[in-house]
Every structure is written in structure tokens, then in C-alpha cells.
Design a protein around this ligand. Structure first.
Ligand SMILES: [Fe+2]
Length: 402
């Protein structure tokens, strides 16, 4: 009997049967597909398929109920230095809240839902947040499954996804596979996500350039900058910032932030998202009295926080410290019921660290892997629920609209 092309002939029947079963399983296994929504989560999405280098670039078939199928041509983006390629299709012109089927070539279809229009929902929009996702793939998967059991409409990540440090692309491939398997809603659909950038996406961690974060810029459809505002309908926006990893905090980024906030001055829920916190709770710098003395934190408090406060921001999503934190509302550095609550601090799938004792502005701290569920009502009020990796609710707070 001739062998498979490229494989030696196998004559022992039992071994041949096993080999054929194995080959069939490989052929049947779908490539990992993940979905992002950086441009317009109600009406567009970006579909990504992780394939081995050299895989054929086939059209993506889009199926939406009530409309004829259509096809989109993907592009291929190599994960540099690896044998992996991300095939990417930008899909526009979708109805809000639509069930969409996406099929790369002859792959099984991935089911996705565009984010529903919050103005037309009879429930709050459900957004999941967390960062620092993968010291271990099993921790990434565990928290993802717990949070996706809440059936979110969108996931907003806070950077430090794969911990490849801009160098180890195989970790990015593992992240993609793990995410594709575990960030799945109860009905089996893939959930779209966006993310800001973290230090572990970048060679050298701080003061870098996009070239120092080759995998992050390859895996996400973010063009040449990590700075993006994601508008979810008419009332809700997430402002994805860079806490000094490939973009300086002060200067152009702060000017950009000023413009983005001004353009959204009528929106009741404008939520900044960035990796390194303005109000950190773990890492004390040399010579500092507590974690808030960190240089990046001081820059954020000097440059961004006054803009947040002037714009009436009521909650900011922070990460990086590998623990749980919720601050009291803060304005001009002091407790103030009309101030900003800072949520963090990045412990989705990492070893947790001890919270620094005695921080007067800390409402709650805990050494626990977790994610946040933000239920954002019409008018901008947010019910925040903190959920640990076992699915237990351990903290809740209400955020007022601005
Ligand atoms: Fe970090």
C-alpha cells in the first residue's frame, strides 16, 4: 500500500489504523479563531485564524440571518520568528446584535454576535474586564470560562496577555489557542475583545517602540499605534491608552487623550483602560514610601487624571500589579464621592502578589485571581461585580454616570 505523501508506507495494520485516526483528528481539528472589535463593535469585527506558515489563504464566508452569504478576502500576518501566521479578515456592515457565522475556507464556522445596541437592550450591556492573563494557560482558561459564563457582550483586556516579552512568539500562539477554546459564551459563540498594551508585550517593557512589540502588533488589528477609542453605541466608550510601553505618557498621547475625551463629552460612560495603574497597590519603587510613588503612576496622575476628572470620568480600569484592588472614589488625590473609582489590578491568570498594607485610599484589596463584570445601564450607571477564578462573587460596587 502506498504511504501518504511525505510519510513512509506503514504496513502494520494496527499502526496504520492509529496513524489514520490521528491524521483524521488533525484534519478535523479547527484552527483557533479569535475575534476582536476595535473599530465599531456594533457593526464590525475582525476575525483572526492562527495557522501554520504556508497555509492557503482562503476567503472568509460571512453568514448573517436574512442576508445572502458574502465573502471577505483575508490577509496573512506572520508572527515573526515563529512558524505561525495570523490570517485576518475585517468584516464591516453588520447589524448590531446580529448572530454571525464566519468560516475561513473549509474550516468549521465560528459563531459570533456583534455587540447589541445598548439603546435597544432591555438589560444592561455586559462587559468583562481583566488583565495579566497568562502566567499559565490553565489560569487564562479558568478565569476566561468563569467570566464568559456570564454571557458578556464584549471583553476589554488590560494588557500583559501572553507574557512573551516581545520575544517568545510561541507563547502568543499558546495564548491564541487557549483563548479561542475558553473565551466562549454559554451558547458556544466566540466573544469579541479589545485590549490595551502592557509591559510584557514589549522588549524592555517601557519606553519602547512598536517594533519592540512585534507579536502584539501582529496578533491585533491595531495598525501602528496601541491608542484607540472604542465606541459602543451612543453612550459608552473605552479609551485604550499606553502606560509608557511604546508611547510616552506625557506629550502627544496626553494631547490625543484630551481630544478623544472632548469628542465624547456627551457620553455618560467614558472609561479609560490602561495597564500600569495611577494608583498601584503592590510595587514600591526604591526610596518610595508606598506603591503610589512609582514614576509611571506619577506621570499618569500628573497628565491623564486631571483630564479624566475634568471630563467627569467615574471609573478607570487599571492592571499590572497581580492582585485585586478597588479604590475609594478619588478626586485631586483625595477621597471624594464625586471622584473616580480605580479598579484593578490585573490578576486574570497570574501568580498573585500581596497588597501593600495601610493604603488609605484602598476600599478593598485581595490576593485573588479574578475578572470584573461591568453591567452598564442606559444612562451610564455601572454595576460592577468582581468574580474570582472559581466563580465566586467577592466584591461589588455601583458607579454613577457622569
Ligand atoms: Fe504588567
Amino acid at each position: 500500500m502506498p504511504g501518504w505523501p511525505g510519510l513512509p508506507a506503514v504496513h502494520a495494520p494496527r499502526m496504520r489504523t492509529a496513524l489514520l485516526a490521528c491524521a483524521a483528528a488533525i484534519l478535523a481539528a479547527a484552527d483557533p479563531v479569535y475575534i476582536t472589535a476595535f473599530r465599531d463593535p456594533l457593526h464590525a469585527m475582525e476575525a483572526h485564524r492562527l495557522v501554520a506558515a504556508g497555509a492557503e489563504l482562503q476567503p472568509v464566508t460571512i453568514s448573517v440571518a436574512g442576508a445572502p452569504d458574502r465573502q471577505v478576502a483575508p490577509i496573512a500576518v506572520p508572527l515573526p520568528g515563529t512558524t505561525w501566521v495570523v490570517q485576518r479578515a475585517l468584516i464591516d456592515g453588520l447589524p448590531a446584535g446580529a448572530e454571525v457565522g464566519l468560516r475561513f475556507g473549509d474550516q468549521p464556522a465560528t459563531r459570533v454576535r456583534t455587540v447589541p445596541d445598548p439603546a435597544k437592550l432591555d438589560r444592561p450591556l455586559r462587559v468583562v474586564n481583566g488583565g495579566d492573563t497568562m502566567h499559565k494557560p490553565e489560569w487564562l482558561a479558568k478565569t476566561a470560562k468563569v467570566m464568559c459564563a456570564k454571557d458578556p457582550d464584549l471583553i476589554v483586556l488590560g494588557g500583559d496577555l501572553a507574557y512573551e516579552d516581545g520575544r517568545n512568539g510561541e507563547r502568543v500562539a499558546v495564548w491564541i489557542r487557549t483563548w479561542a477554546e475558553s473565551a466562549v459564551a454559554p451558547d458556544g459563540r466566540a466573544i469579541p475583545f479589545v485590549s490595551c498594551i502592557g509591559n510584557h508585550e514589549v522588549q524592555g517593557h517601557y519606553n519602547g517602540t512598536p517594533e519592540k512589540a512585534p507579536f502584539y502588533f501582529a496578533m491585533l488589528p491595531i495598525g501602528a499605534t496601541p491608542l484607540h477609542s472604542v465606541d459602543v453605541g451612543d453612550e459608552i466608550s473605552f479609551i485604550l491608552l499606553d502606560s509608557g510601553h511604546v508611547t510616552k505618557v506625557a506629550g502627544k498621547q496626553t494631547e490625543w487623550l484630551h481630544g478623544e475625551l472632548a469628542a465624547r463629552s456627551k457620553r455618560p460612560a467614558v472609561i479609560p483602560v490602561y495597564h500600569y495603574p495611577a494608583w498601584p497597590v503592590v510595587k514600591v519603587p526604591k526610596g518610595g514610601k508606598d506603591p503610589s510613588d512609582n514614576e509611571i503612576s506619577k506621570q499618569i496622575r500628573a497628565n491623564w487624571v486631571p483630564l479624566f476628572e475634568a471630563a467627569g470620568v467615574r471609573v478607570a480600569l487599571e492592571h499590572d500589579q497581580h492582585t485585586y484592588k478597588r479604590t475609594v472614589p478619588l478626586k485631586a488625590g483625595q477621597p471624594d464621592p464625586t471622584g473616580i473609582i480605580y479598579l484593578g489590578d490585573g490578576a486574570w491568570g497570574v501568580d498573585v502578589r500581596k497588597v501593600f498594607p495601610g493604603l488609605t485610599w484602598l476600599a478593598k484589596g485581595a490576593e485573588v485571581r479574578h475578572g470584573y463584570l461591568l453591567e452598564i445601564a442606559r444612562g451610564g450607571g455601572i454595576a460592577v461585580t468582581a468574580i474570582d477564578e472559581d466563580g465566586t462573587v467577592f466584591d461589588q460596587v455601583s458607579i454613577a454616570p457622569r
